[in-house]
Write a protein that binds this ligand. Sequence first.
Ligand SMILES: *Cc1c(COP(=O)(O)O)cnc(C)c1O
Length: 375
Amino acid sequence: MKIETRAVHAGRHTDPATGAVTAPIHLSTTFERGADGEYPRGFSYSREDNPNRHSLEQCLASLEGGKEALAFSSGLAVVTAVVQGLEPGDHILAPDDVYWGLRKVIGEVFAKSGLETTYFDMTDVAGLRAAIRPNTRLLWLETPSNPLLKITNLAALAEIARKANIVTVCDSTFASPILQRPLEWDIDMVMHSTTKYISGHSDVVGGALITKFDNYLFERARKAQKYGGSVPSPFDCWLTMRGIETLPYRVRAQCENALKIATFLSGHPSIEAVHYPGLPTHPGHALAANQMSAFGGMLSARVRGGREEAMATAARTQLFIRATSLGGAHSLIEHRASVEGPQSRTPQNLLRMSIGLENAEDLIADLEQALRADS
Ligand SMILES: *Cc1c(COP(=O)(O)O)cnc(C)c1O
């Protein structure tokens, strides 16, 4: 079945008790045992499993083409669960421009865990071989990356990691399963902040880990979820399932809008550079065209005049909302460096945009008036 059909049907069924087409929300924390002491319907206690979470996990596994999925209470709970599965002395390879929260988890939550981490430019495929150590256990990837939209060659890096017996995880949040399915490029596990495109309406925080086949880090992440308790609520799972029904169509519209906006910005005199993989001038354009089905709804632009001008431009937008996060119906704009804080490596004149579902002409008109004062 095609992905639009799976988005509507995978993991879902009409409610056997009532015939309800849309699933009920199962708030019950506990489930009845059979006379023999077994759990005939498969559920015992909601931290361990819940019908809404079960549906969501089945649906996510189907969308990514994986064997199994685990739903978590946030994207960073997934990162925490995976890193927790490593052992003291293990070495992690992660992108030098990785989502900043991963650096926080490794550097602060796991500060005393004895893990070693190298942040590496994953576009340097040849250089990666030399960065691998005998104790490297995890290769963490993120593509497109945040906020420069760098594209990583998933198939090439998966091959290198497989030969060295290293587990690979790709944070595919920016792409969503609609645009890119890392497991098809032989990556072992996919991670999502379902907070973003997958739930898609800026109203639920969640995360997911989907695996291609059984592996020890997935099993340990399962324990962190079930026994460590980093589980999403039934309502969060329900909202995420509701969002997934329209995911393919939302993402398609967001990609179309983003390409129009990137094209407009790249011709504007107040803009120094546009980072969008859909532009032929983007260094990862050919690779993105190969491993993604479209180029996504995220883009960044560098404004002439530095930090002050970037801030002032964002302040003048009227339709774009100044807020962090991405993947929702509203277009958002943010001065990324100041969100990331003093250690940020993001250029000071960069504005990151999450393109929403408004009409592209209205969005362009808004950017045009916001940029006009600078030119
Ligand atoms: C938001 C985000 C995360 C973290 O997810 P939360 O749901 O906020 O915990 C991880 N990776 C990327 C690429 C993100 O955009």
